[in-house]
Design a protein around this ligand. Structure first.
Ligand SMILES: Cc1ncc(COP(=O)(O)O)c(C=O)c1O
Length: 435
């Protein structure tokens, strides 16, 4: 993500240009912003549509936070009801958070029977690392070499996918997710790298507390993992006395269409699960899901509470998301839409030597741009396509080591009727960029 400097001249309408200057004045010029060259001022949103101050309506193929659709009336109604009835903090007994926790835990394997509410994915990952350290008595952490899990001090020590002035922690070792399409390392190399990292943590006296990863490796650019990889990773971590933390902030709540959770789609059993982004449909909400065997001893030794995280309003938002997913059959819709979506993209990119095919699964797809002659990642063309998609009325983003992978991760409410609109925009955008 590049930030725009005030000296640059964005192609905004005059109202947006003023707003941008005001943003610089209060937030500074380097806060990350999408579409920095031609800022998009958003004035309203509904379902999978976003309306800009330019008067245009865009199809949202990016935002997983508005999971059941922007401004969903049932979420608004549930939160409004809670706010107008009682919204006290988490140290009072109220029924809404308990009913929500029961409904949410029912969606996990039986062994994951406890949860902590948080206000964000960062807070949840921070707490998960703390739980791991307490449970194992070790401090070492394994993290992928191009990842992001949040913005707290503890998470800065494991941030490898964003620019940070701080180096990674002395208790942290990195690993590379192998990619069957050849852009990283082989499976054997990947396992050898893990073995070496774990041995190094043991020799340095840290030991291994946990591996933390996103089951789809989203920030890494949705690599096409060899089937045995995640099982091998988890087995190595457990043999060394560590636990497995699954970050479902991007992959959770039906994102993969066939499964509620990314760990189900990628076939492993995590010890802790971290939730965030889509959980409250825009109301800040996160969680750590854990077994009683980890939670009870931790809670006996540590008073953990979180003022806002378990309010009735937050729980009402979360519960409404689950209800809407169920009553509107959003996972079934996503299954239908994702089949057409993936097929359509495949048809458009097949034979195009600038692309390495379609990555990802369900309603999280990615397409990697490479230099046709050298095979080198081509972030510049990916950026041109993201901008062209916006011109053609569809919002998407970019991920990957060089921001060279298109990130297509719409609200789950995105249906079969939206697929041709997005595909048509992609077709036009691809054609508009010369080979
Ligand atoms: C995989 C993953 N984990 C955690 C986070 C942090 O979540 P939050 O911004 O809610 O703190 C993010 C945010 O982008 C993320 O993508």
């Amino acid at each position: 993500m590049t930030a725009l400097h005030p000296a640059d001249t964005p192609r905004t309408t005059s109202g947006s240009a003023d707003l941008l200057q005001r943003r610089y004045s209060v937030l500074g010029p380097n806060t990350p912003m999408f579409y920095v060259d031609d800022p998009l001022q958003i004035v309203s949103a509904s379902g999978v549509q976003i309306t800009g101050s330019d008067g245009r309506t865009y199809l949202d193929a990016y935002n997983n936070v508005a999971h059941v659709g922007h401004c969903h009336p049932r979420v608004i109604e549930a939160v409004t009801r809670a706010l107008s009835t009682v919204n006290v903090h988490s140290r009072y007994l109220t029924d809404t958070p308990i009913a929500y926790a029961e409904a949410l835990l029912a969606l996990f394997p039986e062994s994951l029977d406890r949860m902590f509410f948080t206000n964000s994915g960062s807070e949840a990952n921070d707490l998960a690392l703390r739980l791991a350290r307490f449970h194992t008595g070790n401090s070492g952490i394994l993290i992928s070499d191009h990842s992001y899990h949040g913005n707290t001090q503890a998470l800065m020590a494991v941030t490898t996918g964003l620019t940070m002035s701080e180096p990674i922690g002395k208790h942290v070792r990195t690993f590379t997710a192998p990619d069957l399409r050849g852009s990283t390392i082989s499976l054997d190399e990947a396992f050898a790298q893990l073995d070496a990292a774990i041995a190094d943590l043991e020799q340095s006296g840290h030991g291994l507390s946990a591996v933390l990863f996103d089951p789809l490796f989203s920030t890494e650019g949705l690599p096409d993992l060899p089937e045995e990889y995640i099982a091998g990773l988890c087995a190595r971590v457990r043999a060394a006395g560590g636990i497995v933390i699954c970050d479902e902030v991007q992959s959770g709540f039906g994102r993969t269409a066939d499964h509620m959770w990314g760990f189900q789609a990628t076939h492993f059993d995590p010890d802790l699960v971290v939730l965030g982004k889509p959980m409250g449909n825009g109301f800040p909400l996160g969680a750590v899901i854990a077994p009683a065997g980890i939670v009870e001893p931790f809670s006996a030794a540590n008073t953990y509470f979180n003022t806002f995280a378990t309010t009735p309003a937050a729980a009402a938002a979360g519960h409404a998301v689950l209800d809407v997913m169920e009553s509107e059959g959003l996972m079934q819709r996503a299954q239908q839409a994702s089949v057409l979506f993936e097929k359509g993209f495949r048809e458009l990119v097949d034979g195009d030597e600038r692309l390495t095919g379609v990555r990802g699964t369900g309603m999280f797809l990615g397409m990697q741009f490479v230099d046709a002659a050298t095979g080198a990642p081509d972030g510049a063309t990916a950026k041109t396509i993201v901008d062209a998609m916006r011109t053609n009325g569809v919002l998407i983003g970019r991920i990957g080591r060089n921001d060279e992978v298109l990130k297509i991760r719409p609200p789950l409410a995105f249906g079969v009727e939206d697929v041709p609109v997005a595909l048509d925009a992609f077709d036009k955008s691809l054609r508009s960029v010369r080979r």
